[in-house]
Structures are given as C-alpha cells and as structure tokens.
Design a protein around this ligand. Structure first.
Ligand SMILES: [Fe+2]
Ligand SMILES: [Fe+2]
Length: 219
C-alpha cells in the first residue's frame, strides 16, 4: 500500500520520515520499477576513461548525488506538512523517482572509484527543514519550491552534460534521464498549483545550491 493511501497520525508520519531519512543518507533508497539508464548502454559503446576523466566524472556525479539527497529531503519535508492529501499523492511519484536518481548516482560514483559526499546528512536535514517550512507556509509555496528546485536542477544538469567527457556514456545516460524526469517533476508541481517564488527566494536557493555543489565537488 502506498504511504499516502491511508491516514497516518503525526507520530506515524514522524517515524516514516526518520526511516526515509536514514535510508536516504545511510541506506538503500526504495527505488521504482524503472531500470538504471547505465544498463541501457551497450557493451560496444562503452569507452575506457582516462584517470582525469574518471576523477572529473566522479566529482560531478557526487554533486548530482548530493543534489538528489537534498531533493529527497525537500520532498519528504514537504510531504510532512502538505495540507492537501491530493498534493501529497501527486508529488509522491516524483519523490519516488528521486530515489531512482539517488541509487543511479550512487552506483555511478562508486563505479568511478569514488565516494558520495560526507556532508549528505547536512544536505538532507537542511532540506527537510526547508521543505517542511515551505509546506507550513502553504501547499502552493511548497509546490513553488519544488518547481523552482527542479528548474534549477535541469539547468545544472545541462551544465554537467556540457562539461563531462563524451567518453563517459554511462554517466551521460543517467544525466539525460534525470533531466527528463526533473523537467516533468517541475511540470507536475506547476500543474498542481505551484506559486511563482519571489526573486529573492530564488536567488537564495541558487546560492545555497552553489555552496552545496562546491562542497560536494571536493568532499
Ligand atoms: Fe532528481
Ligand atoms: Fe526531481
């Protein structure tokens, strides 16, 4: 049964959030039925990466993984305080797909011989707080947050696709699919009634994500 198809007490919701948080940061996220785009790359299309290409790809994929941890926090925080059950339901599929992104990025970072960001717990719990606050402000604002986050992520994925080596076909396959998904998540949020955020908030979000991406590049 889907989490959102029944009524939960605040304590149930709190425990579910803790469980989600621990899975996101330390465990295995619950993925959807979709396969990993890396597995669609045929063996004869795979190219051996140089050490430099590998290091650079790993850093970018670590940033993407950290971004997905934050996205997961945002969705979970929002679900915690969303007032309308249909808003929660609509956004649940998007939240589930973020788990796919998390799993794909983590696998890729590991295959490139590196580790995910040491600061993931910070990104997660910071985002849960922001998501929950936005939810308290009202569904249209939390959806506005989701829409704006997804827009910024699409922009940032475009930058990664422009800079990552053409040889890294597997990372590129993941990024291309994520870009499609994030664009759709933004559309769903807008169609569900997202408000356009004030420019000041958008700028603050861009600044926060800059701090996160710069940190996750190295650590
Ligand atoms: Fe995502
Ligand atoms: Fe998304």
């Amino acid at each position: 049964m889907n989490q959102n198809q029944r009524q939960f007490s605040p304590i149930d919701l709190f425990i579910l959030q803790i469980d989600n948080g621990l899975r996101t940061v330390f465990g295995k996220p619950l993925v959807t039925e979709r396969g990993d785009p890396q597995d669609t790359v045929k063996a004869d299309k795979k190219i051996e990466l140089s050490a430099t290409e590998k290091t650079f790809s790993a850093r970018l994929m670590r940033i993407n993984h950290a971004g997905e941890v934050a996205a997961q926090g945002l969705y979970q925080g929002q679900a915690l305080t969303a007032k309308l059950p249909d808003v929660r339901d609509k956004m649940q599929r998007a939240a589930d797909e973020e788990n796919d992104h998390l799993a794909w990025c983590e696998r890729r970072v590991n295959e490139l011989g590196s580790h995910t960001s040491y600061f993931n717990p910070l990104w997660y719990f910071g985002s849960v707080s922001i998501g929950a606050l936005a939810g308290i402000a009202g569904d249209k604002w939390s959806l506005g947050f989701v829409a704006e986050t997804e827009r910024q992520v699409v922009k940032h994925l475009d930058e990664h696709l422009a800079s990552i080596s053409d040889h890294d076909v597997e990372s590129r396959a993941v990024l291309e699919q994520m870009k499609i998904d994030e664009g759709r998540h933004a559309t769903v949020a807008i169609e569900s009634g997202a408000a356009e955020l004030p420019a000041m908030i958008k700028n603050m979000m861009a600044l926060t994500s800059k701090v996160m991406t710069k940190t996750a590049y190295w650590f």
